[in-house]
Design a protein around this ligand. Sequence first.
Ligand SMILES: [Fe+2]
Ligand SMILES: [Fe+2]
Length: 258
Amino acid sequence: MTDAIQAPRPDDTNAPDEQKKAHRSETKTRTPVEAKREGPTLDVVKSDERVKVFIRSANQQTGAIGYTEHGERHANTSADGARFILKSLGHDARRCEIAAVAAYLHDMGNVVTREKHAQTGALLAKDILIDLGFPLEEVATMMGAVANHEEDEGGLPVSAVSAAVIIADKSDVHRSRVRNPKSTSFDIHDRVNYAVTASEIKVSRKEKLITLELSVDTEVSPIMEYFEIFLPRMMLSRRAAEFLHCSFALVINNTRLL
Ligand SMILES: [Fe+2]
Ligand SMILES: [Fe+2]
């Protein structure tokens, strides 16, 4: 009997198959020629004064009407998540960058109104991105991704970038997003967010599976409450995963629920 050497599968990579979510954006130094060839990056967008002020104001205004944190922390977490998802599935570096930018900007429309913030955000982003030198095709992709991220505004995955933005946004549930200082007056959104002590996206390219893993303190919020407010988000995440030719799994406290 001889040992057979298996030929690598077409989708095998050198990277480990299952990767945990990266918590920090990657940075690299580019030469001016490389920068011109590759196009603007998330770092350029982040340092734009309009982006800084609009996201800061959007966060203040959503706070004033009782929403959880929607500022730079949520923008960065979403950007890291969207980049990580597409990178783990083998998409090219430029598409990963575009996904990170779209995810970073996805809630900026809250600077106008909460209602229809996805659509207004897409229109706000358009002029800024064009000014910063993004090619129109990339701007169009990012507009579609920003405009389609909200489940209660009829959002649907319309591109791989859009699908990654949806999953990254919906998976950012964590106690650090709660702004209400009084736990006695928590509403269900505060309670559910506060109950989540850890959240992590995992991607298995081999199994074509995207998993959201949460640790929930059930003394703060029963799992049922999570489903009460998050089921539509999870359904949209599943559609987004399907767009990326993957299944979607939700694991809470080590038990697979979806
Ligand atoms: Fe949003
Ligand atoms: Fe968001």
